[in-house]
Design a protein around this ligand. Structure first.
Ligand SMILES: Nc1ncnc2c1ncn2[C@@H]1O[C@H](COP(=O)(O)OP(=O)(O)OP(=O)(O)O)[C@@H](O)[C@H]1O
Length: 290
């Protein structure tokens, strides 16, 4: 079922065009990952959807409820910290805005701040503020959640629990629209990937579709050789070199390994895996001359 329609959205700041004719249909019970370089316009698009800033033209339509504030939950990129307000007070206050909020206890459990109920918001760590922001986003038991860089500042346990909770929410019928630069986290969880590039949605599909378009496999190894030594091999789609660590995207692992045979003495730690969202996105930028 379609829950949200984004129709012909354009946005400019002054003369700078940020979004150009964005059209999307967002289906319920799915996790949609919006990815793109710094400054691509991800937060701008979310802000427009949520009516926080005006679009230059185009329309946003929430289809299941005209009172869209009752069905949306939002976790913005920056934590909002109110002075002289405790965890307990902000959870109670936020619940009071909604017709059918989750219970106080549920929200406190989601925030993981059971032992900090009477602490001031200003006394929370960055990771604790993030988890509180997540609980507040869920206060109204929303149908659709917007999460802008949700896991920044969370430790690995908190991240793990966070994504498990997101998966549970999806399975319970929620729609989750998320941006993150932690691509390996998104890769495991998102059903649909939107790549925002050059002001438009340059790719819209699954990770499987992205792999078949941009390269299926990733061959990694360490070598003192130069990038130029490998660049002209027939089965190389792209090469990324960090220090002495090579990452090569290919559609034909067997042929590439055959081509690498003459170099094997100068190669260590050879590994073959499925191409990752991270490496595909690097390649994507290069292909599109960004
Ligand atoms: N209020 C504003 N006035 C002028 N320019 C703005 C304003 N807000 C954002 N921009 C510009 O719009 C572009 C897109 O910004 P946006 O924050 O949407 O990018 P983003 O994809 O979310 O980036 P990041 O991954 O770094 O968070 C940037 O070039 C930014 O400088």
């Amino acid at each position: 079922m379609t829950i949200l329609e984004i129709q012909h959205i354009n946005k400019s700041f002054g003369k700078k065009v940020i979004l150009k004719d964005i059209n999307l249909q967002i289906e319920s019970s799915s996790i949609i990952a919006l990815v793109g370089a710094n400054g691509a316009g991800k937060t701008t698009l979310i802000n427009i959807i949520l009516n926080l800033i005006p679009q230059t033209s185009g329309q946003i339509k929430f289809l299941t409820n005209e009172n869209w504030k009752q069905i949306t939950g939002v976790m913005m990129q920056d934590n909002i910290v109110l002075h002289r307000i405790t965890v307990k007070e902000i959870i109670s206050l936020t619940r009071s805005y909604f017709d059918k909020p989750l219970s106080y206890e549920e929200l406190l459990n989601i925030s993981g701040l059971n032992n900090h109920q009477n602490n001031l918001m200003t006394g929370l760590s960055g990771g604790q503020r993030r988890r509180l922001a997540f609980a507040l986003a869920l206060a109204g038991n929303p149908e659709i959640l917007f999460l802008d860089e949700p896991t920044v500042g969370m430790d690995s346990n908190a991240r793990n629990e966070f994504w498990q909770e997101i998966d549970r929410l999806k399975k319970s019928g929620k729609t989750i629209f998320v941006t993150s630069h932690y691509l390996e986290e998104l890769e495991n969880i998102a059903d649909r990937f939107l790549i925002l590039q050059n002001s438009t949605i340059a790719f819209d599909g699954t990770i499987k579709q992205l792999r078949s378009r941009e390269g299926q496999s990733l061959v990694e190894f360490d070598s003192e050789l130069n990038q130029i030594d490998f660049e002209n091999l027939a089965n190389v789609i792209s090469i990324n070199l960090i220090g002495h660590h090579f990452q090569i995207i290919t559609n034909d692992v067997n042929q590439l390994i055959t081509e690498l045979t003459p170099y094997l003495k100068a190669i260590d730690n050879l590994q073959v895996k499925q191409s990752t969202l991270d490496t595909l996105l690097l390649n994507y930028k290069e292909n599109n001359h960004e």
